[in-house]
Design a protein around this ligand. Sequence first.
Ligand SMILES: [Zn+2]
Length: 303
Amino acid sequence: MFLIAGAGLLAGCSKSSAQNHPSSGTSSAPPSTSPPSTSPSVTTSPTATTTAPTPSASSSVALPAVRSWAPGPGELEPEVKRLAVAAVVKLLRPTGTQAVVDVIDAQHGGLLSDSASVLVPCQVYSIRANRLITGGTTVDVRLSKSAQGNWRVTATHPAQPGAPATSLSRAARQVLGSPRITLPPASAADIRSGQVHDGVLTTMLELAKTYRIGISVIRSGHPIDVFGTTRPSDHPKGRAFDTWQIDGRAVVSPSTPRSLVTSYMRAAESLGSYNVGGPYQLSGAAYFSDRTHHDHVHAGFQV
Ligand SMILES: [Zn+2]
């Protein structure tokens, strides 16, 4: 069962932390490890889904209705994201059972002229033995562009969040329990693993006093190095988080007020982030902007 693999990624992977994969290679399937976590019902309503359940003739539980992901008008390379999402849905959808993949977001992990990384956090729902099973992970999809100008997927790297820690900091517990911070499965597992620094978590908690925050990536599922460089990213060290949605509005969307995004970026800096990236270049040493960050706000910490 493929969902078992997906859930196992969250629940039972060893503590091997950083995903030490190269920036290109062949597609890799997620490892199948421990059994899935089961739950009698969906406890959270993930973003970008509708809440109306789909009737099911064969069981008394139903899969949630899920909207298929499509690039909006603000995307720089919509075809790159479309290809990445299609690859992830194919990778994560279990076979032989009723299941649906909810693509929460598709965010650039890197965007260069002829290569790209797209990070795709997903929730996966399936029905087995008349129970709704929730799982999911984030997949780092690598793509390259041919001389003819056609993009193609070259590799897929599912997140490896690591095993849950035996005890968690107060900040970790608060972030996991916050109704104003929406975490994709891999990011929640990152926090449960105890490998996200408290400076990251306390900043999220402070930001959440003002904003409702949609997190896309914290630690797992992100490239090891800043894409296209040999400079280590702060993400795999548990010292950064990416925000794709603020107050229910996607950072990438042209209809999202610029002031909402810039005030969020400034707030992250004032709360201690030394490196804040986003779609807009602000004045100040902490801020940066590039094509990769047209669709999210990055906040990094030196801890
Ligand atoms: Zn980032």
